[in-house]
Design a protein around this ligand. Sequence first.
Ligand code: NAD
Length: 491
Amino acid sequence: MSFDSLDPATGDVVATFPAYDVAAVRTVMAAARPAAAWWGGLGFAERKDRLTQWKTAITRRIAELADLMHHENGKPAADATLEVVLAIEHIAWAARHAERVLGRRRVGAGMLMPNQACTVEYQPYGVVGVIGPWNYPVYTPMGALAYALAAGNAVVFKPSPYTPAVGRWLVERFAEVVPEQPVLSLVTGAADTGAALCRAGVDKLAFTGSTATAKKVMAACAETLTPVLLECGGKDALVVDDDADVVAAADAALWGAMGNAGQTCIGIERVYAVDAVYDEFVTVLTERARLVRPGSDYGPMTTAEQLDVVRRHIDDALARGGQAAVGGVDSVRAPYVDPVVLLDVPEDADAVSEETFGPTLTVTRVRDADEAVERVNASRYGLGAAVFGQARAVEIAHRIRSGMASVNSVIAFAAVPSLPFGGVGDSGFGRVHGADGLREFARPKSVTRQRFTLPIRLTTFRRRPAALKATVGLVRLVHGRRAEHGATQGQ
Ligand code: NAD
């Protein structure tokens, strides 16, 4: 069986791919197993060198990749280029920091075991399965690919059936710099292929996609106790406090909401503006939103299903008393959607509570920043967030229930490789990027070596009562003095 990937703007076939069935996935998996052992054995320095070569190979052909992304996903070539730039930064970071974060290091032995020499290191899992979405077909899977590879794993990658050619392009560039073994291999197909990968014996499964699919992936992986990393959907909010630069906030909200046709997991989907700045914010936002043009500022919706979701959310919002300040139901004109700004939409409407994944934005007036935080945190999602303001903005960012937050900008955290990226609640768990993203793809291994025998021997049936007494005496001395504890706390 095979399937086509299409240009969403024209409907033209971009490429045709085989749909891997259970047997085909298992064949790829069987080849990945020895490749994992070989790659893991290369060591950090050699892997760093190969990953750096991969990064260079992608960088040299950035225009070619951006053009392919433009055709297969629909996004403008300039946006595609920016996406590749971010992915390159992540490969570089993972390659450069893997040894420092994951390499063997000594740790203290503690009071009871002074005769032990202890080390911790982070060993690769083996073969990691990576299942990706279509909305950022390079940047998003790279959060798993680069970090899993840098940690010493082989990877079997299943890109979205909407963007398999982009996935294949990345795998081909990797094979050019690592020709010896199939360390990064490709399986193509839709849900059945993904489900087959979950059950193919991978040592960890990194999934990025919708929350509904994540639950199926986790259920499949539960059968074999395979650990999972789940990067799911979001309903990110932007809070505008009363001391914000309102023009900057409106500009950022617009780009954060409409960029990539709103098909961004960390896209801004709702705004809570405090009463004092609400009117000015809406005025600037709507003025600017009317100037944004699909087809040049952003591309078509990548999938037909997404058009239906967006239409349904707008319909529902208006039926429940929401006002369309920009656009409306007629803004959905396949394959494009014009910008839509909705006001006064009830909090339980889909446009406020569900992931829309389109170029739409709800704006809600709130009494103050506290009410904004309360409403932001009422969501079952918690991926990213943004806060515009001065005096309290950082404090508000910390109070928001989300994996990431940007203050006085949107989406900035995604471009900082050292910041871990991931969600809470229905947005998933586990992290890509940064040191946590490297550790996500490795398991801690603890080793402790006895250097000499202690006079007080506790771990033997020949233990003397005096040994226990001496130990308890020591523990009482160190941990049992409440007065000093209280004094320390009071300092
Ligand atoms: P999706 O859930 O439809 O598909 C994601 C991937 O899972 C695809 O490769 C698909 O083929 C595969 N799949 C489908 N059913 C499967 C199954 N039963 N078992 C295994 N694999 C299966 O998501 P999508 O529409 O491709 O992507 C959009 C979603 O991804 C949005 O919800 C978006 O918010 C989310 N997303 C999240 C992040 C993040 O980092 N948190 C990043 C990008 C996108």
